[in-house]
Ligand binder design. Structure first.
Ligand SMILES: [Ca+2]
Ligand SMILES: [Ca+2]
Ligand SMILES: [Ca+2]
Ligand SMILES: [Ca+2]
Length: 317
């Protein structure tokens, strides 16, 4: 069983997963479902850059602990943006592709930091009043939505991109995670178990005034929503068909379409800037890798080729 990306325990946004000693910031993909990673010659040699448009930020443990990396079509190897023994995780590229906001426990508990893609020291933007994670840039680049346990359980908040002007969006007693902005900036989709069944997807105006449930599959966990560029669709991951797959639905929750069809876990979808592709994380080759594919699941491109876990892609122009 996959467990939530962030477990809320003892009032902390513990980015812990399963029984791994190292806090995992990726969705916990059951080890039993993944083949034993092989560091043998089976890994293809990354001798040429994979072709794709824009920039993709992701997290990886390839250098011993979770760091943030940036992949571009021009570069053969991803560029490492963080260098800290703490967990640096959940990167989100700004809409113009110039900055990455991410969560890190380098100060003790998870806080949000911003780093320029061309380097420099990450700047703290959290105010330290709770453990913060799941940052998501608003489409105009002016605000950041995130999850925080500062009020006792995980809720969705929004703030200005410099960390000022924090406003609470949700205030229910269950955990609300993984906020995603609609392209017009008016709504936020998120995952929660408000109905007391399991993780379901919800949507609300940014002021939190009208929370609507989008998914109704009570027997499964629906997680990690992300909006298409035209606002018509939401991609998400769900285990409703036995293992985690990527699905698309209309933004009102109707017309669910399954995108992936393999026995491994497929999670953490995000759209390409032009909306024609998805990036996602899958264990289909033995460990967590980032893949790109068309919206119908065809033309699969493997972006990462490292035996360590690679995850949480964010794609911008
Ligand atoms: Ca690190
Ligand atoms: Ca809550
Ligand atoms: Ca699958
Ligand atoms: Ca990998």
């Amino acid at each position: 069983m996959r467990i939530p990306v962030v477990l809320i325990s003892a009032g902390a946004l513990a980015l812990a997963a399963c029984s791994t000693a190292t806090p995992s910031v990726e969705p916990s993909i059951a080890a039993s479902e993944a083949a034993t990673p092989s560091a043998s010659a089976a890994e293809p040699s990354p001798s040429a850059a994979v072709s794709f448009d824009g920039r993709i930020a992701f997290s990886s443990e390839r250098d011993g602990n979770s760091e943030i990396y940036l992949a571009t079509a021009e570069a053969t190897d991803p560029v490492r943006l963080t260098d800290n023994p703490a967990q640096d995780a959940q990167p989100a590229l700004s809409p113009d592709g110039s900055q990455v906001v991410f969560a890190s426990d380098r100060s003790g508990n998870f806080q949000l930091y911003v780093v320029a893609v061309d380097g420099g020291e990450p700047a703290l933007i959290s105010d330290g009043s709770g453990s913060d994670g799941f940052p998501a840039w608003s489409p105009d680049g002016m605000r950041i939505a995130f999850a925080s346990d500062r009020a006792g359980n995980a809720d969705i908040y929004v703030m200005n991109a410099d960390g000022t002007g924090i406003a609470q969006v949700t205030s229910d007693p269950t955990d609300d995670l993984s906020p995603a902005w609609s392209p017009d900036g008016s709504k936020i989709a998120f995952e929660a178990d408000l109905a007391g069944v399991n993780w379901e997807l919800y949507v609300t105006p940014v002021d939190g005034s009208d929370i609507l449930r989008l998914t109704t599959d009570d027997g499964a966990s629906d997680q990690a929503p992300v909006w298409s560029a035209d606002g018509s669709q939401i991609a998400f991951s769900s285990d409703r068909d036995g293992n985690f797959e990527i699905y698309l639905m209309q933004a009102d929750g109707s017309n669910v379409i399954r995108v992936t069809t393999d026995a491994a876990d497929d999670v953490e979808p995000t759209f390409s800037p032009d909306g024609s592709q998805l990036a996602l994380v899958s264990t289909r080759d033995g460990n967590e890798e980032v893949y790109l594919m068309d919206l119908d699941g065809t033309n699969v491109i493997r972006l990462t080729t490292d035996p360590a876990d690679d995850g949480t892609p964010s794609w911008a122009s």
